[in-house]
Design a protein around this ligand. Structure first.
Ligand code: AHR
Length: 515
């Protein structure tokens, strides 16, 4: 072959390779013109009396060989402090509507036992009650978020609980609190008026619950230094009628409206799919289901806007995350599941959605913190594992209380069997020190994507980053190999003019810091 022909072939090949690598490119435009703050409370957590969440999770046997304060595990506390969890929701969930708070105060040995009908029918010994929970929040440095019992409780019971927690004067409730070792009020402000009142919390219609909310809320009193942020049971998934009714009948009497949306890999409650054994098709479907959160938040917010154009009522996504079949061999009522790289991509995606909707979404709680559903932490006796989801909360903590920088993405799709979802999602913010953070999730299972992010007129000189990824989507951290997935330094971003050029590896989460 002539040399000139050979040269032409080589040039042709180079062009093809060039075209291939540029086939996966995206553009991001980041703007500086927003005053909205991403509330730190979007990064909240949930701990229910369910399975090994509280008992044998946060609260362990006095003989367990780990560092403890009372019976609270301090290794868990330290890990959660590191990621700055801002709030903890308790005691449920469905459990909240069968919980009677007086059973959980006073000398532990004389506390009555009860059956936990929702979760495995196990005996609840009430050793972890109000004071233990508030001691835990104090150690974590986070705000308590308590869900009161509307389903099987009374208005007086809830009203007394609030007085017990927050009143600083003389009353039978405050005398009892002092007798139980806490003369000073706790000043709890996040207050759930029931949970899933359309289901396990009482099977109510939205109209009936609206009236119940108004009645319970009337006796949920504000005490000095403790103005309640009352959070109503909100819709499940796409129940827009529930939102419409609550906004119409309750409106700004509530501080927040709770939305619950779980990501089911198969979309089927009877067989949700495995946490660790899934195909690329299963993965695609799971991500499609998790991205539904964008539509839910957008549509529920639009209904809220009709009644509350000034956005006084918060959308509180106080249960979210992936819900799979339980780990084989574990109690089906305990909801114990493993946590893979897929979970990390789900966490990053949902947090990006909440950040971008921070004008309406002012609070969210992942379900759940320890040993239940999409956990941050898994434990086995004295061993503890930080899950991939934990690492995402660690990487994203930089967004807490930072100013939103709205981001526009022009990105390719991730395609599977003729269906498409956006391959990339992202959010950006600027913290009080002026540092800019951009969090990207590349959902695409096989392709790296180069993003050119236009930073407009924002001033910055250097870019650093962190990444979480792994060879396989099914990779997990185990008690034997707890650091298979961990945060690594990321050097795939550079400055070009005032653009950031970043190459996001397939199935990865990257957080950049520009300063
Ligand atoms: O998080 C597990 C359960 O899911 C909660 O108890 C309930 O509110 C929801 O249905």
């Amino acid at each position: 072959m002539k040399k000139s022909v050979q040269i032409l072939i080589v040039i042709g090949l180079l062009c093809a390779i060039n075209r291939l690598s540029y086939a996966q490119t995206a553009k991001a435009t980041i703007s500086n013109d927003s005053k909205l703050i991403i509330s730190k409370h979007i990064y909240g957590q949930f701990a229910e009396h369910l399975g090994r969440g509280i008992y044998d999770g946060f609260w362990v046997d006095k003989n367990m060989p780990v560092k403890k304060q009372d019976r609270i595990r301090l290794d868990i506390v330290e890990a959660l402090k590191k990621i700055k969890i801002p709030n903890l929701r308790w005691p449920g969930g469905c459990f909240a509507d069968e919980y009677h708070w007086r059973d959980g105060i006073g000398p532990r040995l004389s506390r009555p036992k009860m059956v936990n009908t929702n979760w495995g029918g196990v005996v609840e010994d009430n050793s972890f009650g109000t004071h233990e929970f508030l001691q835990l929040c104090n150690l974590l440095g986070c705000e308590p978020y308590i869900s009161g019992n509307v389903g099987s409780g009374t208005v007086q019971e809830m009203s007394n609980w609030i007085e017990y927690l927050n009143f600083d004067g003389t009353s039978p409730m405050t005398a009892m609190r002092a007798q139980n070792g806490h003369p000073k009020p706790y000043n709890v402000t996040f207050w759930g008026v029931g949970n899933e009142s359309w289901g396990c919390g009482g099977n109510m219609t939205p109209e009936y619950y609206s009236n119940e909310f108004r009645r319970y809320a009337a006796f949920a009193k504000n005490y000095p230094n403790a103005t309640l942020k009352k959070i109503a049971t909100g819709p499940s998934d796409a129940d827009y009628n529930w939102t419409e009714s609550l906004m119409k009948n309750v409106g700004t009497r509530m501080w927040g409206l709770a939305l619950h949306h779980y990501t089911l890999p198969t979309g089927d409650w009877k067989d949700k799919g495995s946490a660790t054994k899934f195909t690329r098709e299963d993965y695609f479907k799971t991500m499609q289901n998790t991205l539904k959160m964008e539509e839910l938040v957008t549509k529920h917010s639009a209904i809220m806007d009709k009644y509350d154009p000034n956005k006084k009522v918060a959308l509180v996504v106080d249960e979210w995350g992936i819900w799979t079949n339980v780990e084989p061999g574990t109690n089906p009522g305990f909801l114990f599941q493993q946590n893979s790289l897929r979970d990390a991509l789900i966490a990053g995606t949902n947090l990006n959605i909440f950040n971008n909707h921070c004008e309406r979404v002012k609070m969210a709680c992942l379900a759940q913190a320890v040993n239940v559903l999409q956990s941050l932490i898994l434990t086995k006796k004295e061993k503890m594992v930080l899950t991939p989801t934990y690492h995402i909360f660690d990487m994203y903590k930089v967004h807490q209380d930072a100013r939103l920088l709205p981001i526009k993405l022009d990105a390719p799709d991730f395609e599977m069997n003729g269906q498409k979802i956006p391959a990339i999602n992202a959010s950006a913010s600027q913290d009080a020190a002026g540092k800019i953070h951009i969090s990207f999730v590349n959902i695409d299972a096989t392709k790296a994507i180069e993003v050119k992010a236009d930073m407009g007129d924002m001033k910055w000189d250097t870019v650093d980053g962190q990444i979480l990824t792994s060879a396989n989507l099914t990779d997990i951290n185990t008690f034997e190999n707890p650091n298979k997935l961990k945060i690594a330094a990321f050097s795939g971003a550079k400055k070009s003019g005032n653009n950031v050029i970043v190459t996001l590896p397939a199935h990865s989460v990257v957080v950049l810091e520009l300063k």
